[in-house]
Ligand binder design. Sequence first.
Ligand code: SF4
Length: 823
Amino acid sequence: MVSADSRIPQHIAHLMRETVSQARNREVLFVCTQDEEGMLASARAVARGNDGMVPAPEPHMREGQVIVHNHPSGTLNPSDADVSVAARLASQGIGSWIVDNSVRNLYIITEAYEAPKKTELDLQRLADMLLPGGGLSRLQPDFEPRDPQLEMLEEVVKAFNENLIVVSEAGTGVGKSLAYLIPAAAWVLQNRERVVISTATINLQQQILEKDIPTVRRLFKDSGGDEIKVVLAKGRNQYLCQSRLQELIEEEGLFGEEQLDEIRRWAEVTETGDRSDLPFNPDPSLWARVNSDADACSELRCSRRGSCFLQKARKAAASAHIVVTNHHLLFADLAIRKEGFGQDATVILPAFQRLIIDEAHNVEGAATSYFSEEFNRFTLHKYANMLLRQRRSRAGGIIPSLRKSAGVRFEGAEALLQSMRSRVQELDDALLPFLDQQNSLRLAADPNELPGNHEKSELETVLFEQLGRFQQSVLDTVELLADEFKSLDDSDSDEPRIAELRIMIRRLEGVAKICGDFREYATRPDLVYWLDRRRSSAGDRFVHFTATPIEVGPILQEAMFDQYESIVLTSATLSVNKSIQYWQRRVGLLNNDRLVFKSMESPFDYSRRVLLGVPNDAPSPSSGEQYSSWLQGFVMRMLDISEGHALILFTSYSMLTQVYEYCKPLLVQRGITCFRQGDDDRNRLMSSFQKEVSSVLFATHSFWEGIDAPGDALKLLIISRLPFRVPTEPVLLARTDAIQSRGGNPFFELSLPEAVMKLKQGFGRLMRRKSDRGVVLITDNRVITKRYGRNFIDSLPPARLVVESSDRLAGEVERVLYEDMDS
Ligand code: SF4
């Protein structure tokens, strides 16, 4: 604390006193400027609060300014909220000060600063790398300069130089990753700021890390630049936790646990502790017991922190110029920063200043799943086991450890934990009958949506009663744990179990809160509360509870778009009928004045190299058996023509199975291998499909995007049905209701554009290289019989469209696949 007149001139102190007095001595927030000596030069009151707090209207402030607010109590120690706001503002260069009502004393939480000016990117120098005779041509003799790639690079340079949000739709083959990596590399080298690049799929991460980054490194080395340090940030559950491994070994011994013994031996030699470096694929349930887990990590208190694999990986990320990660980790990081950690801290990712999101069509989906809150019986069992577990007559977990090391009694803990376990089991037993006839149901729904003869009031009675009982058992446990925690000397002790106990108390409080929220679901129209039935790996049915935000746009705006000076979002599929309005609205970018959108067409010659066929004699997909048996015959006929080399995309696993079972024996007779999604791990399946070039892959959902089979492996793509989402999904229903309630049309505003974007993704699987060619067949006649069908066709790349009978189409397919297309 210092005397206020050392930084606040008399006339400004007077103005502040007067303003506070007019506000009846409550808190007032001033936005101030400083002179070169660091004295306040001006002060403007922008918000008035109560005796305890005042809102901080951040959009009014800019770098180099100071916010000053008074504490009416006269005690100038900053509250937690003051520190949290100050930390956030500090990352924008804004200082935070506190004064008393008489403006005599001053407490400076953070000083303002003006960040050094950034060195702008030299567009010409970077563009030259992509021009004929440029750096890339010299490195890769087969590199072909592409205008759309140059255009995209120009947009990305603008994003960095002018602090913009650039949205760039870049068709397949534009070379978008180099178009953003080159400016990103130049920026980090010139300005020492970190760039995060986030992707949705591992495939793209691999391409960036294994192919593009080495190229960019060489480009910059050749032009006299430094080495660019790039790190892949993975989720903590990918890393071995030595503390948990040791604990498991002590509890279980190694007898009969062959894989555990192998992991122990690997732990002694591995440099990374990264699961992908394990020489075998561990049993997922075993790995879940030895991986790094936020619920079990005592962080600073951990005695193995010095050799911790996760900490090593985080340290490497903290010294990287570019961090490559996935959307899930990015949103996990943004959510924690949003809670007050600010932009300067290392959270899950190290602090970063610029952001590039590839595969940006997935942003809404990834954010929706990340910003949801959820729990189920197994979450509770996990927490209870961390506290106390019995294995082979030995007790393990936080409670027995603290009983032994710190003499804590935890009297009655066994009974309370047992009660939680029983109550959550009763909750599941009571709710599962409501999910007999459908997999999921939402609360606040129209009563008619409930399955069978169940009444909405019946569900609510059972749910509220059982949830209340379970919540009470959790709260009772929390009370005991919190009382014992208070008796421990948290600050002095090195005991990691104390930190773990605190984590467990927070986690259980979180479960109790979700229970409470579910019971009061009607008061939160911005969230959809829903239940779905799942099966554990052992086949047990259980109920999963989820609360999902209906709109993620406002969350993304606050946590992401308002936080970073430049953001580049790119994908091959953002527009519907050449407009990105639908996507903009969904992600909260509709009226953002920093946004610049540019669409870069694919340089591929779709009209000459791809046939888009629609059989006009296909029955309607809603005709059930009739469609299914027609589809089986049609698919087999086309596969006979293509002799395999095909991907068949479905929207449901049951249709996939029917067609697969019909075609498989026939294909085997012809010596063609069949792969089916679900029969093997996704990556292995893809690699077998690529290697066995004449094979056929039958797939659904996740295979509509992110898979790459260039060349001969994929010549024929059949899309069995337009990818509309099931209209019974709770989140979709809630979003539909929200659109309806504001007078919109959910089909045209949500279902249709979403399906168009997904179809574009599916279509994009066929042509991955300029030299590829082939056929895409859409067997859903709605694309030609419904008026909205044009939206699908018009949004696809300009392939040659043929709408004909199956017979005529068969001739066309044969011609395209076997005749010289250029003739
Ligand atoms: S710091 Fe956490 S992740 Fe690392 S070894 Fe310790 S408990 Fe495990």
